[in-house]
Structures are given as structure tokens and as C-alpha cells.
Design a protein around this ligand. Structure first.
Ligand SMILES: Cc1ncc(COP(=O)(O)O)c(C=O)c1O
Length: 354
């Protein structure tokens, strides 16, 4: 500890625990919900071409990428802000909208960065329990007070893979006053196949106070490149351009992400593999007697009899890295990303001998 005191807000912030990366060849990482096929070849090509221009600062507004996204989403570029991963946008949202003492409602046992950015800017965290391992929208709406500024929702949820439906979101939005900013983190939306998954971008089109967060890290296989984006009405987006760091999305990231949007074959392959992976995992987990949650994402939440940390170590010895969910508040559950068929089989064989 240095003798320079840190801000009191920082004292309450815990270190982020990332998924473990493999250090030896042959080890399978199914811990961070990355795309098992790597990035799209079109992204790799675009990044290679852009590399020769790295002496020039990037476009601080990611104009080309925002235009490409706008075309796909049916909104205008003024509805979109890009970040160095969607976690960057979370911090930009907090730095733009959270004043010390503002109440920020977050679900317990979910992705940890909403808590981090809230604390960082002096917001008062209001934590709401999950219900049957899914977000409890009624309880989240019920926690709103006059001091509520922001509510963070995750859909599909991490780590349980559950969703809230369009009808549930509509009922929630009816209950929550319009002066509360609702941030819907849809990091895994591209994997969701349930027809009841909400079209949250419609709320943006209607001019509601909703910010939708998406990322290139999961479905598009670009976690290492760091690109995410927020979609909202222009009045919400414009101030965020003032608080973000000017060059937060580098040239390679802008080029690689834009190219990924053009690769329909890669997207179809990714979705097909995820669906087949789910079926295999469900069938084999049933045979092994493990309980799990049906997922709308690219990972499965599996309950374990042994402590998750023990299961993690045993699987690691067998060359498979998964995520023990102890740090999420589930000491008897693991999260396994859906990999290639071979990776899924390796995980299942390792789990069977645990
Ligand atoms: C729910 C959720 N949101 C956001 C992120 C972060 O994504 P990014 O890589 O875009 O910062 C993750 C990554 O694990 C996540 O699970």
C-alpha cells in the first residue's frame, strides 16, 4: 500500500477476477465465453490492412463503424457510441450520468462491472436478489425510489444464461418512471434464439430512456480487440462523447469490427455451432446427472455437488479451464462456455471423471 491515500470510493472496489487463460498448448479455455472459432477471417484481413496506417490517430468518433452498425440496427449513427469494449461504455455511462448519492439498481450475483462503475462515481448501490437464478424484473422495478438514477439489466444474464422476455420488459418499463435510465447489457444477444427475446432497440427508436449495450467480444470473436457499443437516443449519446477518452477505439478495432459485420457465413456458423453445442451439453449433462440452466447465451450454468473451486482445479488438471462461480456468489456452480464439438467433448469427458 502506498502512502498516497486512494479515493474512498476506490477502497470499496474489489479486483476484477478474469477467466484464466491457458498457459500450455492443448489446454481448452471455456471460461470467458469467447468464440471458439476465433475472429472472422474478414476481420483478420481488415486488421492486417489497417496495420500499415497505425502512425495516424484513429477516428475519435468511429464514424465508419457506427455507420455500419446503424445500417444493421435500423437506427442512425447519432444513436451509437463505440467503446474499448462494452465495459468502457459502462464507465462512460457512469461518468456521464451517476452523481455521488444517486441510487443505482443492480441485480446480485451477476456481471460485476455495474457495481464497479457505480462505486467509482460515488453512486449508491441498491442490490436486488435474483429469482430462480434469473433477473427479477418485478423486484428491480419495486426497488425504484425518487433517488434512482440508473438500473442495469443483463439480457441474457451472465452467469445463468436466462433471459427476460419482451412482455416482462414491457411490464417493467411501464412500472419504472421515465426519468430513470435503464441500461440493458446485451453482450450475448446475438446468441439468443428464443422468439420472446425483447427487441430493446425498439425502445431506443421510440425515444425512451434506454441504453442498449452490445459487444464484439463474444459472438464476433474479437474479445482481444476490445470493441463494444451503446445504442440510445441521440440526446443520451451526445454527452457521452464528451466524457469518453477521445481515442478509446483504436484503428485496428474500428476496422476489424466493421469487417465482422459483413461476414454472414461466420455468423451463421457461430450460431449453428452454439445451438448444436447446447444440445450436446444438455444431453450429456443429463446422462451424468448434473443440473443446469437452459441457456440463451454461449455458456451453460451447471450446478455442482462438490465446491466449484474444487471442480475447477480438477478440470484444469485435465486440460479444461471453466469458470467457478464462487466470485459470482454461487460456490456450487460452474459456467462453461460452449466450444467446438471437440472442446465440448473434452469438457464432458473431464467432468465425467471428476
Ligand atoms: C454481461 C457482460 N457484459 C459485458 C461484458 C464485457 O464485454 P466487453 O468485452 O465488451 O467489455 C461481459 C464479458 O464477459 C459480460 O459477460
Amino acid at each position: 500500500m502506498s502512502d498516497i491515500p486512494i479515493r474512498k470510493e476506490v477502497e470499496a472496489i474489489k479486483d476484477y477476477i478474469p477467466g484464466k487463460n491457458p498457459t500450455e498448448p492443448g489446454v481448452v479455455k471455456l471460461a470467458s465465453n469467447e468464440n471458439p472459432f476465433g475472429p472472422s477471417p474478414k476481420s483478420v484481413k481488415a486488421i492486417g490492412e489497417e496495420a500499415g496506417r497505425l502512425q495516424i490517430y484513429p477516428d475519435q468518433k468511429s464514424t465508419r463503424l457506427r455507420e455500419a452498425l446503424a445500417g444493421k440496427l435500423g437506427v442512425g449513427p447519432e444513436n451509437i457510441i463505440c467503446g474499448n469494449g462494452s465495459d468502457d461504455i459502462m464507465q462512460v455511462i457512469a461518468s456521464t450520468y451517476i452523481e455521488p448519492g444517486d441510487e443505482v439498481i443492480v441485480s446480485k450475483n451477476t456481471f460485476s462491472l455495474y457495481e464497479l462503475v457505480t462505486r467509482l462515481f460515488g453512486g449508491k448501490l441498491v442490490l436486488v436478489d435474483l429469482k430462480e437464478a434469473a433477473l427479477d424484473l418485478a423486484a428491480l422495478a419495486g426497488a425504484v425510489t425518487k433517488k434512482t438514477k440508473v438500473i442495469f439489466l443483463t439480457n441474457p444474464n451472465n452467469p445463468t444464461g436466462t433471459i427476460f422476455t419482451a412482455a416482462e420488459f414491457a411490464a417493467f418499463k411501464k412500472k419504472v418512471p421515465d426519468n430513470v435510465l435503464v441500461v440493458v447489457d446485451e453482450a450475448y444477444a446475438e446468441f439468443a434464439e428464443n422468439p420472446d427475446f425483447p427487441n430493446s432497440i425498439n425502445y431506443v427508436k421510440e425515444g425512451r430512456n434506454v441504453i442498449v449495450l452490445r459487444t464484439f467480444s463474444k459472438f464476433f470473436g474479437l474479445a482481444g480487440l476490445r470493441v463494444g457499443y451503446g445504442v440510445a437516443r441521440p440526446e443520451l449519446i451526445a454527452p457521452m462523447f464528451r466524457t469518453k477518452m477521445p481515442f478509446n477505439v483504436n484503428r485496428l478495432a474500428q476496422a476489424g469490427a466493421a469487417a465482422a459485420l459483413d461476414d454472414d457465413d461466420f455468423m451463421a456458423k457461430t450460431l449453428q455451432n452454439n445451438g448444436a453445442g447446447k444440445d450436446l451439453l444438455y444431453a450429456e449433462l443429463d446422462k451424468l446427472g448434473y443440473k443446469y440452466k437452459k441457456t440463451e447465451a454461449n455458456f451453460v450454468f451447471v450446478s455442482t455437488v462438490k465446491p466449484a473451486d474444487e471442480v475447477f482445479l480438477e478440470l484444469m488438471k485435465k486440460g479444461v479451464i471453466i469458470r467457478p462461480l464462487t466470485s459470482f456468489g454461487f460456490p456450487n456452480a460452474i459456467r462453461v462456455s460452449i466450444g467446438t464439438p471437440e472442446q465440448n467433448k473434452k469438457f464432458l469427458a473431464a467432468l465425467a471423471s471428476c
